[in-house]
Design a protein around this ligand. Structure first.
Ligand code: ADP
Ligand code: MG
Length: 685
């Protein structure tokens, strides 16, 4: 067995389970080993029911008292069970688990683990996990890995598979030298792999993680910087002149450009006309109006007779940009001849698009990254804009350059990134900041509430919809069972529809839907055929429906602040007053304090810096930030120190032995070759 062994060869994995693993993009043993836990859980010793605090997850040991009480509400089967431990009583509630009625014997002793809530005078626990005393003791005080799951695949099953793979797969050859490991204070590759999956304590986990983060940054930076172009300024092969097109476009817009937009447009215009190739990052908070800037640059390109491409991380966003462009082009008679290039198009549609791109009949290509970089032949690609995606480096530029001369690059992002980090990640890059929101915006009104507020929130949504507005509700997972106790899009939609008037149209959207379905739902929402959209964070980036005024986020405690801010950015994009409701299931002090930061500020840069101050090393696994830099495990903010060390190590190695020819670098070369194959992992959700 080695890393390329298919999953089915593991014991206990048949065809059915193999398919479930495939859903998580795990096809080989190697995929499995690099499928790191997304969180760890410590099972603390049980507490007495009297001590169990509201809003906390804890375990209690108690005996089932009385006879379970069952009832049905619509198609929900509810089972209430009373438990006592001598210090107090606890009511357990289970949904759609009728078999528990017999399984939980009166007088039986169990350990129940879940989140405790107080309702009036008594304590309740919904959907707790049930353990026998021995079973629980075995895992007490250990760090238990929690993996991302898919329906039908349990955390237990994943743990078992990983254990098996770790014991059967031969140890990976260490690719850093002893001296390197020592001077950079790194764990060995093999120890890191064991430590990330099954750490015995926090220290082991942190060491393992540090090595894996270092590796990830090191290989990314090495592959990028191996390219001379990373540091050299490139000559502009597409010098452009300003024409009347862009001036007319600005005049015809229904709004004046903000001062910041004007300034940044000036910078872009100068770049396009300068002797050097543009490599510019535009940072601007959500809603600051970056799209118009991209369109201006693309219009100047088209007016000069060249082609421009605009890449988006999701098909939904690409489609939306395409529609915006078509609308403007028609209304203002712009020089654009746009085509769309997304995965859900039929083979015939794609072929047609390729034809137009190759002949030059199309001068603006909008699509998802993979497609635009794929087998497309351009006639004269002079500008590439990437929206909401940082990870566009020299390698990608190179791939595009193979199709012609080196194009100008414009990267647009709402994520603030400090200059020092930007330089490490991009080399010779210029940064523009759109530090002003359009004047017609009313600040979003925010509130952070607990689940008891839901009824009120629904009334509020109802009121806004009746007034002609629209709403989003975000849930952390797609369907039941991926993680415990979290709201999921599919069930939530049903629940919400039953709570709102029948004439309010509720629909859902998530990343596992077929792209064509996602596009249709988004179009319907944009056209107001859908009033309330229940969604996962797929709508997090870029989506622009200015008529939507309510953003309600369930399990807000599960998201990073920057991500919540992105989500909030989906509302407040028009002239109507907008509202954001963050619903937290956890009511402990830290969670509430963290969420209150959003309540106090609508400024993404401020929020990002506060978030950093609050997130200690222990938080790293809990809350993932929005994945714009799609590093698997590293976090450029929290791991900035490791990033800098990795960058220094890469620089030194590049001076020393740039093509890794020396024998002591053989293993490293082999390792990097493997990484190179799969380092481009653009999201196509
Ligand atoms: P983001 O920076 O988040 O990508 P968008 O470019 O999508 O923001 O712009 C958000 C909304 O604001 C769009 O509906 C856009 O038409 C509008 N907009 C852009 N610039 C201005 C402006 N100067 N004044 C008023 N509205 C603007
Ligand atoms: Mg945008």
């Amino acid at each position: 067995m080695d890393r390329s062994t298919p999953m089915i060869e593991l014991k206990g994995i048949g065809e059915k389970t193999q398919k479930l693993f495939a859903k998580l993009d795990i096809y080989t043993v190697g995929d499995l080993l690099s499928f790191y836990p997304k969180d760890y859980e410590t099972f603390h010793s049980p507490v007495s029911i009297r001590q169990a605090a509201s809003g906390e997850v804890c375990a209690v040991r108690g005996a089932v008292t009385g006879i379970p009480n069952e009832k049905r509400v619509r198609n929900l089967y509810i089972l209430n069970v009373n438990v006592s431990d001598g210090t107090g009583n606890l009511q357990l509630t289970f949904f759609n688990m009728p078999f528990l009625k017999k399984a939980l014997k009166q007088g039986g002793y169990y350990i129940f683990r879940g989140s405790v809530q107080t309702r009036g005078n008594f304590k309740i626990m919904e959907q707790p996990k049930i353990y026998s005393i021995e079973e629980y003791e075995k895992q007490t005080d250990k760090l238990i890995p929690k993996y991302s799951l898919t329906k039908g695949l349990t955390n237990q099953a994943l743990q078992k598979a990983v254990k098996q793979a770790l014991s059967l797969c031969p140890a990976e050859e260490e690719y850093y030298g002893e001296e390197f490991l020592r001077s950079h204070d790194l764990a060995r590759a093999e120890d890191a792999l064991h430590g990330i999956h099954f750490p015995t304590d926090m220290e082991m986990l942190m060491k393992a993680r540090r090595r894996l983060v270092f590796d990830e940054f090191f290989s990314f930076l090495f592959l990028m910087r191996q390219n001379k172009e990373f540091s050299d300024r490139m000559e502009n092969s597409y010098t452009m002149f300003e024409t009347a097109d862009t001036i007319r476009f600005v005049e015809q817009l229904s709004f004046p450009l903000t001062k910041a937009q004007k300034r940044v447009w000036g910078e872009i215009r100068d770049d396009l006309g300068s002797p050097y190739c543009m490599n510019r990052l535009i940072q601007g908070d959500v809603g600051s109006g970056k799209t118009v800037l991209a369109l201006l640059a693309l219009l100047m390109t088209a007016a000069n007779g060249y082609q421009g491409a605009m890449m988006a991380p999701t098909e939904v966003l690409a489609t939306q940009h395409f529609e915006t462009v078509c609308e403007y082009t028609e209304k203002m008679h712009l020089a654009f001849k746009p085509v769309l290039l997304v995965g859900s198009m039929t083979a015939k549609e794609k072929r047609e698009a390729y034809g137009k791109i190759a002949s030059g009949e199309a001068n603006l290509i909008i699509g998802t990254h993979a497609l635009i970089q794929g087998k497309v032949e351009y006639k004269s690609l002079a500008l590439v804009v990437t929206d909401e995606q940082h990870r566009f480096g020299v390698r990608q530029r190179e791939q595009l350059a193979e199709k012609g001369e080196k194009p100008h690059i414009l990267v647009m992002s709402a994520t603030p990134i400090p200059r020092t980090l930007a330089i490490i990640l991009y080399g010779d890059l210029h940064i523009s900041v759109v530090d002003e929101l359009p004047a017609n915006r009313l600040p979003i009104k925010n509130c952070v509430v607990n689940t008891a507020y839901r009824a009120k929130a629904y009334e509020f949504i109802e009121k806004e919809v009746k007034a002609g507005r629209q709403a989003y509700v975000i849930c952390p997972q797609v369907e039941e069972g991926e993680l415990d106790d979290l709201e999921n899009v599919v069930d939530y939609t049903k629940k919400l529809q039953s709570r709102l008037s029948a004439d309010i149209h509720v629909a859902y959207l998530h990343g596992k839907m077929r792209p064509a379905d996602k596009n249709r739902i988004m179009e319907d929402f944009a056209a107001r055929a859908i009033d309330v959209l229940v969604s996962t964070t797929v709508i997090e980036v870029g989506i622009n429906v200015p008529n939507a005024t309510v953003m309600m986020v369930e399990n807000a405690e599960r998201f990073g602040l920057a991500q919540l801010h992105q989500l909030r950015g989906r509302v407040g994009r028009g002239a109507h007053q907008s509202y954001c409701i963050f619903v937290s299931t956890k009511e402990n002090k830290e969670t509430m304090e963290r969420l209150q930061i959003l309540n106090r500020s609508n400024d993404g840069f401020f929020i990002a810096s506060e978030d950093l101050k609050l997130r200690g090393p222990g938080d790293l696994f809990g809350i993932r930030q929005s994945g714009e830099f799609s590093f698997r495990i590293g976090d450029i903010y929290n791991d900035a120190a490791v990033l800098q060390k990795a960058a220094a190590a890469v620089d030194k190695l590049l001076l020393d032995d740039p093509s890794l020819e020396r024998p002591e670098h053989g293993a490293l070369r082999k390792h990097l070759e493997n990484v190179a194959v799969d380092s481009v992992d653009f999201r196509t959700i």
